[in-house]
Design a protein around this ligand. Structure first.
Ligand code: GLN
Length: 436
């Protein structure tokens, strides 16, 4: 596992940028959370940032090894587990997905449905915790801790002092749990559920951990080691509620100005996920009136401006996805990058350029590492049609992105993928084999 960047040549400007970012946030306004007595003792001047790529590189600056409690940043992960355990339909019957515009600890339910408005405010988070399988609080927390540890790439633990401290003053969350039981949303003993929810909030993390957890969400739920820790459809659900509800009553402001699905915690952590690209975490304990880290928000705003990370800034990944070239009368379609619907459409457009006839065609997928289901099926259909047009088709698919699907008479030329390295393509051989 790559946690530190080992440099052999120049130092990547990434690290310099992160130091610059820390310097740029200035002094702090706001106060540390004090309704949890133990949090009032936190050093308010701690400051850290970490940026993690989906392939496992983590860049850090500042107090990157300072531990703090995850607090509400645990909510997306408990929600993911609740969906994995119960199925999305059951979870939606209990918890809505509408931004509430309320503070995180508002004692409110939707007046018509009786459900908490979303899983990111405490009412919804307590309900999601209760939907995680496990016979008691310890069993549920054990499973949430395991999931968080898998994503962080190391075994995490509970900060017992913070847990005890919050539980001793958890009247408001206790009130929420009793209210949820009154309307039939909560099955189980409210005190046991609040105990579990409070423990889940007391998982101890660093920005390094959170950035890596965020990078797994950015990678569709898959860890850098290839472990599909969260199913892609659940991952998408989680990121959607983070985008619309993760920042409570400043969610709209956040999505328009920063544009990254995010979740904050009252210990001062803030985690952001740019799907397909990067996981980011910051830590600074002083909070704004919404309960979000003051300097954390500032750092994200700055990164958005400097690094162009807004979700709604569109990219045009299709332009460089495929090129077609010919050698000795053999057309080669060289395909690159991850394939989704739009990229696959571009590839099919390339196939359509080949006039019907028996000229051989090579489809080279050596530089494609992932396709989603629709892109895979589109590609297979394109290959089938090339056959129907009379072409002899050869497919180079060393990573197995086409799966074991039937590809007509096209012969699959597979090699062992050389993990982490560029696999020289088999073109010259294939081209000469076709000619000979
Ligand atoms: N444990 C905290 C609570 O329930 C979490 C709140 C937060 O981080 N916003 O009050």
């Amino acid at each position: 596992m790559l946690m530190h960047v080992t440099m052999v040549g120049m130092q990547t400007p990434m690290i310099d940028y992160l130091h610059f970012l820390l310097d740029s946030v200035g002094t702090d306004a706001g106060a540390v959370a004090s309704y949890i007595p133990e949090l009032a003792h936190a050093d308010p001047d701690k400051l850290a940032v970490a940026v993690a790529s989906p392939d496992g590189v983590v860049y850090v600056a500042g107090d990157a090894d300072a531990e703090f409690t995850i607090q509400s940043i645990s909510k997306p992960f408990a929600y993911a587990l609740a969906i994995a355990d119960q199925g999305l339909d059951v979870v939606l019957e209990h918890i809505d997905v509408e931004p509430s515009g309320d503070a995180f600890n508002e004692i409110s339910l939707d007046p018509e449905t009786g459900r908490p408005r979303n899983p990111m405010i405490n009412a919804g988070a307590i309900a999601s915790h209760a939907l995680v399988r496990g016979e008691d609080a310890d069993a549920r927390v054990g499973r949430i801790l395991d999931l968080c540890s898998r994503l962080a790439g190391r075994q995490l633990s509970i900060a017992e002092d913070v847990f005890e401290s919050e539980l001793s003053t958890a009247d408001r969350n206790m009130a929420l749990a009793y209210m949820l039981r009154t309307v039939g949303t909560l099955h189980g003993e409210p005190t046991d559920i609040v105990r579990g929810y409070t423990r889940q909030c007391s998982v101890s993390v660093t920005v390094r951990d959170l950035a890596r957890m965020a990078s797994v969400l950015a990678a569709g739920g898959r860890t850098p080691d290839g472990d599909q820790a969260i199913a892609p459809a659940i991952n998408r659900q989680v990121l959607s509620v983070m985008a619309t509800c993760g920042m409570y009553d400043s969610a709209g402001d956040w999505l328009t100005s920063v544009g990254i699905p995010a979740k904050s915690g009252v210990a001062g952590g803030l985690m952001g996920v740019l799907p397909g690209q990067v996981g980011i975490a910051v830590f600074s304990p002083r909070l704004d009136p919404h309960g979000n880290s003051t300097r954390g928000v500032r750092m994200f705003e700055r990164m958005n401006r400097d690094l162009g990370l807004h979700l709604m800034d569109s990219t045009d990944s299709t332009r460089s996805v495929a090129r077609r070239w010919e050698r000795e009368g053999v057309a080669v379609h060289e395909v690159m990058g991850d394939l989704h619907f739009v990229e696959a459409e571009r590839v099919l457009r390339g196939f359509a350029q080949d006039p019907a006839g028996d000229a051989p065609v090579v489809v080279d997928l050596d530089r494609v590492h992932r396709t989603n289901d629709i892109a895979r099926r589109m590609l297979l259909e394109g290959i089938r049609r090339l056959h129907l047009d009379g072409h002899e088709v050869r497919i180079v698919d060393p990573w197995g992105v086409l799966g074991s699907a039937e590809t007509g008479s096209g012969e699959l030329v597979r090699g062992e993928p050389a993990r982490g390295g560029y696999v020289p393509t088999a073109f010259p051989d294939i081209v000469s084999a076709l000619r000979g």
